[in-house]
Design a protein around this ligand. Sequence first.
Ligand SMILES: Nc1ncnc2c1ncn2[C@@H]1O[C@H](COP(=O)(O)OP(=O)(O)OP(=O)(O)O)[C@@H](O)[C@H]1O
Ligand SMILES: [Mg+2]
Length: 396
Amino acid sequence: MSPKAAEKFFRSESRYRMLVENSCDIVFSLDMDGNIAYVSPAWQKILGHEPSEVIGHNFVEFVNPEDIAGIQTMVAAVIRTNSMQEATYRVNHVDGSWRWHTARVNRHRDDDGVQTIFGTAHDATERLHIEELMTQSEKMAMISGMAAGMAHEINNPLGAILQHAQNIERRVSADIPANVKAAAEVGVSLDLVHAYMQKRGIFDFIGHIRTAGIKASGIISNMLQFSRRSDAGAELVDLSAFLDKVLELAGTDYDMKKKYDFHRIELQRLYADNLPPVLLVVAGMEQVLLNIIKNAAQALTGGELPHQPRITVRTQVAEGMAAIEIEDNGSGMDEKTRQRIFEPFFTTKEIGVGTGLGLSVAYEIITKGHHGLIDVRSKLGRGSCFTIKLPLQGRA
Ligand SMILES: Nc1ncnc2c1ncn2[C@@H]1O[C@H](COP(=O)(O)OP(=O)(O)OP(=O)(O)O)[C@@H](O)[C@H]1O
Ligand SMILES: [Mg+2]
């Protein structure tokens, strides 16, 4: 190579190097076994690893085991078609969390026939999260419409069942003159009818109809929340005092005390001291928080949980909103469960323990009743953290 040609080559090489090293996307190359030969500095900026922790290691060491098959399929397609291919997968951040990356890769064969896989990858975590929230809200709008419709339809016959059960009891009561008169007309004694019904347990049956009906009405009234979208009755509230009150309520709840041994759970309050008052529909928000706390207490009960069970309630101001975080170090949940928890009737609890309505009602109350957001992060075996964000006055 002539000196001039060499200089031109080096200039061009340094220009490309500058482009690669300053790219916001990660530029990388791998050998055909997947070992990393080069990563641009963006890897360290995005994922935090030192270059020495990366170069020479196999790419799949950094990939979530559930996504390795997708990467292998992408590489196979590159080799088969000799064209650029794309895949989205989770890659490990140095802090242990998973980030979603989308990579585009292709194959290169140099003059000596040595093959390389090269490509670029960018962080798609935020975009996917926003897409997930949007799908979630569309899904919830559809399901909640259905649930509200069903609840209205069931409400009338249920009302009739309860009403008529009560009528039966009233129509055999000797305290009502019309009953005594009708019994006399057909030649029977009301006392004997009463005694017969008592002996055959008929009053107990009526009692059971009533108890089951009242339970069903509770579920229906929760479902009817789906059609209530107004924020009527909202008032400005001091969030710290409100949260203290809710925690106190949770502590006195019978179920919490007896079934979930609430006093054994350490309650940590980390309230921001600069929080302006927040506009709340008090009863609705109480219901939301009590359900989240009850879920947390349930996740901290049963099984071998070798730690100090703890619920942390945190508040802060972020992006013009007041944020409430309720974190537990309980059982956590897997990804499939996490994606479904806001659906009505989705529950992993045994029949009779949960109806699966708690969080779906919470979702409606927060998004429709308060124009806020509710979201969850969770790690199986490590715990869950629910975040509620509420618009601050004047900024909604
Ligand atoms: N803190 C948590 N830790 C682990 N899993 C949770 C937690 N909170 C909710 N879940 C999961 O979400 C599911 C749905 O919760 P949701 O409150 O809607 O219904 P539920 O608690 O099962 O029943 P209900 O609230 O009607 O009594 C639960 O069954 C559970 O699998
Ligand atoms: Mg619940």
